[in-house]
Each structure stands twice: as C-alpha cells, then as structure tokens.
Design a protein around this ligand. Structure first.
Ligand SMILES: *Cc1c(COP(=O)(O)O)cnc(C)c1O
Length: 385
C-alpha cells in the first residue's frame, strides 16, 4: 500500500554510520532507521552474533523456553527498575502490552473501574488502533473511527492539567520522557518527577514509552534515569535490536501481577534470532565507557549545533533534545530542509513542530559530527541564500 512518502533511493549496503545507494552515492546516516541502528550498519559483533544464531536456531515459538530471551530478560531487569519483561517484535506491540498491563493490574487489584490512561498531546505510541487512540493526533486517527475508549489527553508538560484530569476511573499515566515524533520535546525533570508523585498519590501506574528515547539514546540506558525516577511499566523497541525487529515491555513485579499465563502472547516475540541480537546490542551498550562516550559526543555535537544556530538564526531557531536525540526547530518547512540535506549527503528525520531530528548511531565520533555540521552549514547557506 502506498502509505509512505518514500525518498527515491535504494540502499545496497551500510558500514558504520554510512549508507551506500545503488547509484553509487554515499550518505552519512543521522536518521539511523529512525533511532533504530543504534550501533550503525553492519556492526561486526552484531553480524557475528546474528549469523552464529542463524546457523543454530531461528524460531521455536513461546510454547517452549527460549534461552536468549531468558538471558536478555535477566540482563534488562538487572540494568533497570524492572522485575519482569515481555518481548515483542515492534514498538507498538510493546506499548500495547504496557497498556494491557496497566488495565489488568487495576482489574486484579479489585479496581476494574480504574481503566483509563492519561496521555499527552503530540504523543506517538505506534500505529495500532490502541496506540493511535492513545496519541489522538489528527494525522494518525483521521478516518479510523471508532477509536478505542479509555484515554484522556492533556497538554505535554502541564502537571496542573494532569492533576485536573485524574478521576476515580484513572489507572495510569503514559508519557514519552522525550517526545520523538512530536518534535523532540523533552519533559523537564520537574514534570517527570511530578508525574511520579501524582501516580504515587493516586495509586496510578506510571507507564513510560522509551521506544525512541531509551536504549542509550540520551547517554543513559533509559531517559527517565536523568530525572531520578523509575516507572512501573515501560515499553522499549527501536535501538534494542540494532535493526533487528525487537521490542520489550518491562514492568515491576507488582505492576505486572495480572499478566499471568494465558493473558498475553506473541508468536514471534523474543525469538532466538531476535534475542541473540538484543543480547549482542546490550553487550556493546553495557560495556564500560559506552554511555559516557555517548554523553561526550553529545556535548560536542550540541556545541557545534549551537554555533550553527548563531550563524544561521533564520533557519535554525532552536536546539532540542538530549544525548544523541537532538532536534533543530526550523524557520523553513522541514520537508524541504530534509530533502536538501539528503541531496548534500546527510540523512535526517522530520518530526512534528517543524523540527528536523538528528538521530545518529550512538557510536559515532567527533569526525562524523563535524562532517554532519559541515553539510548542515552548506545546506543552510543554500536555504537562506
Ligand atoms: C517508533 C515509536 C513507536 C512505535 O514503534 P513501532 O516499532 O513503529 O511500532 C512507539 N512509540 C514511540 C515513542 C516511538 O518512537
């Protein structure tokens, strides 16, 4: 179906942060498959672990124990707030598992009426009927009525609006700590702490969507760590598989207490191939120094982007985001700027609020940042004249 407005390029191979098209052109990839290729393309260790697994066993279904799933689950719980994990193939499925976990928790706690979740304007949680019903953005929901009931939306960042929206039917709050599709809008530390406090005060579950901002993207394994809070439920995907389809819903034992045998499932979720890659990604990300290096690269890149804003203030209006999840709000239509950047050899991703997203592989260095900044500078000169 023609559901995508695709750029007319076919890539035939990738190497680290570079993609090579069939027509011979080379691109610096600061789109990274929309924050998915967290370790770049054709990472030798990931290739090794994937092919090693491919020679042994691909799929058995979840009727049996899956060794890679058990080890990946154990490592994710050791590295986070979570006690338990459900594996999926995509972000939207991980989000669905989270939403079901919230509802089931209250049902099993004797509060079946607490089945509504507060969500935020400009949110993005995926394209299933549940996820679009939660995000309620016009471009996502248009023509897809009737939506699923059970989601109450308030402005992002507005704690008073959240407080006012809490009713006896509220069961949880679902938020992206940094909105991705919505335009790289970071929730402040006070906002995220305030949500945690409201959840504690009203017996709600805090459900974080870290599908885009998680897995090292902000320079910590998960973005909520910057606010010093922990959620009850969290969905993860994108970077966790480094390009192999994998997602996960993490939860505390208490929050997931209703998710017992038979209540949820997936044929493929967490299969041996996917979890072999997931384990390999974690091997790299949890190695000493990896996340520190992301923070260092981010600090350097932010500095260089601030210089660009000073140099081209009519095109680059504002720098947003954290770590290597950065966005530039633009003074010209983002679609035009993304196309011009691409013509000059830099891949980026458009977002809401006329923001261009820069989501490079996490293992780039200053040389790649300089190359990207050079292309942004040249493109700005073309745009502004
Ligand atoms: C990409 C994304 C999703 C959906 O993930 P899919 O794998 O496309 O289903 C959900 N939430 C956020 C924050 C995302 O960035």
């Amino acid at each position: 179906m023609p559901t995508y407005a695709r750029a007319d390029i076919v890539f035939e191979r990738g190497q680290g942060p570079y993609l090579y098209a069939t027509d011979g052109r080379r691109f610096l990839d600061f789109a990274a498959g929309v924050a998915v290729n967290a370790l770049g393309h054709a990472h030798p260790y990931l290739v090794e672990k994937l092919t090693e697994q491919a020679n042994k066993l691909w799929h058995t279904s979840n009727l049996f124990r899956v060794a890679g799933q058990e080890s990946l689950g154990k490592r994710l719980t050791e590295a986070t707030f979570a006690d338990t994990v459900f594996f999926t193939n995509s972000g939207a499925e991980a989000w669905e598992c989270g939403a079901k976990t919230v509802r089931k928790y209250h049902y099993d706690s004797g509060n079946p009426q607490k089945n509504r979740i507060i969500t935020f304007e400009q949110a993005f949680h995926g394209r299933t009927l549940g996820a679009i019903s939660a995000a309620k953005q016009e471009k996502l929901i248009h023509g897809f009525d009737p939506l699923l009931d059970g989601f109450d939306q308030v402005p992002f960042g507005d704690l008073d609006a959240v407080r006012a929206a809490i009713t006896p039917a509220t069961g949880g709050i679902c938020v992206e700590p940094i909105q991705g599709e919505g335009g790289i809008r970071a929730g402040s530390v006070e906002f995220l702490r305030g949500l945690r406090a409201l959840c504690d005060e009203h017996g709600l579950l805090l459900f974080l969507d870290e599908i885009q901002c998680g897995m090292g993207r902000t320079g910590k394994l998960f973005a909520h760590e910057w606010a010093g809070i922990t959620p009850d439920v969290m969905c993860v995907a994108k970077g966790i598989g480094g390009g192999f389809p994998l997602g996960a819903c993490l939860a505390t034992e208490r929050a997931a207490s209703g998710m017992t045998a038979g209540t949820h499932g997936s044929t493929y979720g967490g299969n041996p191939l996917a979890t072999a890659v997931g384990n390999a990604v974690l091997d790299v990300m949890l190695a000493p120094g990896f996340l520190d290096e992301v923070q260092k690269t981010s600090a350097y890149m932010r500095g260089r982007l601030e210089e660009l804003i000073a140099k081209h203030p009519s095109l680059f209006l504002e720098l947003r985001g954290q770590g290597l999840m950065l966005g530039l709000k633009l003074g010209q239509p983002v679609g035009d700027v993304v196309a011009k950047l691409r013509a000059n050899g830099l891949l980026s991703v458009p977002a809401g609020d006329n923001v261009v997203r820069l989501l490079p592989p996490l293992n780039i260095g200053e040389a790649e940042v300089n190359e990207a900044v050079g292309i942004l500078d040249r493109t700005a000169q073309e745009c502004v004249g």
